[in-house]
Design a protein around this ligand. Structure first.
Ligand code: HEM
Length: 411
């Protein structure tokens, strides 16, 4: 199972197959919120939910009627023993197991623990930007320069992965996150993903074994210990946890940074320059990016019993896609929902989800985005996205662009 196919569902509806449509899905969402806010798509055998209140109700899941585990979908086929590790992670498990799994790494992602990482993240950002700007001559690709490498390095550091192995991670996580609907020959695509998943699993197995013998001050040791003496994690769960943190912590943050630059560039006036002096304004502008161009547009759920939402009956075992990206543009919740309002307050967006599965890495993602954009606005000005012909990433739930060429002046 790939991350793109998380939840065992093919989340990409026909309406968004086209590259231009996936780059700007917001008009289609608006139409669906009015015309068919809860609709069944027979082609994907999946429900789509578009309005804020419905999406939030499903994510809140107060009465436990929705599961995140694809094992509850009618007709789900269990993958082979050495694949599908994400199935045994907190993301795709329900309580009580969800809570037990999350508690293993919760402390490491607490806001206070994350704040302590700021100096290290700032140094890393500075080094990456020094290097990228030195050879840039007024133009660079923000993905290559900073938005991709920084989150990989930060999560790899937290886990305790040696520096020399980072490139391998980029390759594995790129392959695993990519969507099956990306125009690649489906058979070779599945094979490529299977292989990347297995290579990554083998690698983590060795690292976990190493930490059991030689404990260090890193997350791999926390996970290895919980598997070993603590007995809190099974072998598959320990592996799944490593893979989830790497995948979830990586590409999503990349797209928060690049989506922010797209939003700032498109905003009236030179938002990039005016944000240069105000840390607080930057923080709320980043929240608005999480609403306006959320890096995760959709998540999946499965009803455990028949549930009525918006006058439709979602049956037990049906696949359900909740469109966070659409909920975030719902005029019933947000005034001027289709405008990017940097200081918007309150801003109860669903960009990090809601309820029990609310993003574990939200404090880290916010910190990384703040540091990168703070450093960027400090060092460069008159920023413009250089190429109008942007290519959306090939994933059915991750929202961002493959590369983001910009033109700028040095400050
Ligand atoms: C869960 C978005 C960064 C780790 C989620 C969910 C969303 C999300 C929407 C909810 C999934 C659901 O309800 O099914 C994002 C975005 C990010 C980001 C937009 C960056 C801008 C990170 C980072 C990490 C991380 C940096 C960790 C290193 C996780 C984990 C979960 C999760 C472990 C599962 C939590 C659970 O099931 O209890 N994320 N994420 N994320 N995220 Fe993030």
């Amino acid at each position: 199972m790939s991350a793109a196919d998380i939840g065992g569902l093919q989340t990409f509806p026909a309406e968004l197959q086209d590259r231009a449509a996936w780059l700007e899905p917001f008009e289609w969402y608006a139409e669906m919120r009015e015309r068919a806010p809860v609709r069944y798509d027979p082609d994907r055998r999946t429900w789509d939910v578009f309005r804020y209140d419905h999406v939030k109700e499903i994510l809140a899941n107060d009465d436990g009627r929705f599961s995140t585990s694809p094992r509850n979908i009618d007709g789900f086929e269990e993958p082979p023993e050495d694949e599908g590790f994400l199935l045994d992670t907190m993301l795709l498990q329900d309580p009580p197991r969800h809570d037990e799994l999350r508690s293993v790494v919760d402390d490491a992602f607490e806001p206070r623990a994350i704040r302590e990482l700021e100096p290290r993240i700032r140094t890393l950002t500075s080094e990456l930007l020094d290097e990228a700007l030195a050879g840039a001559d007024g133009e660079l690709d923000l993905v290559d320069a900073i938005a991709y490498p920084l989150p990989v390095i930060v999560i790899a550091d937290l886990l305790g992965i040696p520096r020399e192995d980072r490139d391998r991670f980029k390759r594995w996580s790129d392959t695993i996150v990519r969507g099956a609907d990306s125009g690649v020959d489906p058979e070779s695509f599945v094979e490529e993903q299977r292989q990347a998943g297995q290579e990554m699993a083998m690698y983590f197995l060795q690292q976990l074994e190493d930490r059991r013998q030689n404990p260090k001050d890193d997350l791999l040791t926390t996970i290895a210990t919980a598997e070993g003496e603590g007995g809190k994690l099974s072998h598959r769960e320990a592996l799944g946890m490593c893979m989830l943190l790497l995948i979830a912590g990586n590409i999503t943050t990349t797209h928060l940074i690049t989506n922010a630059v797209r939003c700032f560039d498109a905003h009236d006036g030179d938002l990039f320059d005016s944000l240069a002096d105000g840390a607080r304004e930057l923080t709320s502008a980043i929240e608005e990016v999480l609403r306006y161009r959320a890096p995760v547009q959709a998540m999946t759920r499965v009803p455990l019993e028949d549930v009525e939402i918006g006058g439709e009956t979602l049956e037990a075992g049906d696949g359900v896609v909740v469109w966070l990206g659409s909920a975030n543009r719902d005029e019933r919740q947000f005034a001027n929902a289709d405008s990017f309002v940097p200081g918007r307050s309150p801003n109860s967006h669903l960009g990090f989800g809601h309820g029990r599965h609310y993003c574990l890495g939200a404090p880290l993602a916010r910190l990384e985005a703040n540091v990168v954009l703070d450093e960027l606005t400090d060092r460069i000005s008159a920023v413009e996205v250089a190429d109008a012909d942007l290519t959306p990433v090939r994933s059915s739930f991750i929202y961002g662009v493959e590369s983001l060429p910009i033109r700028f002046e040095n400050s």
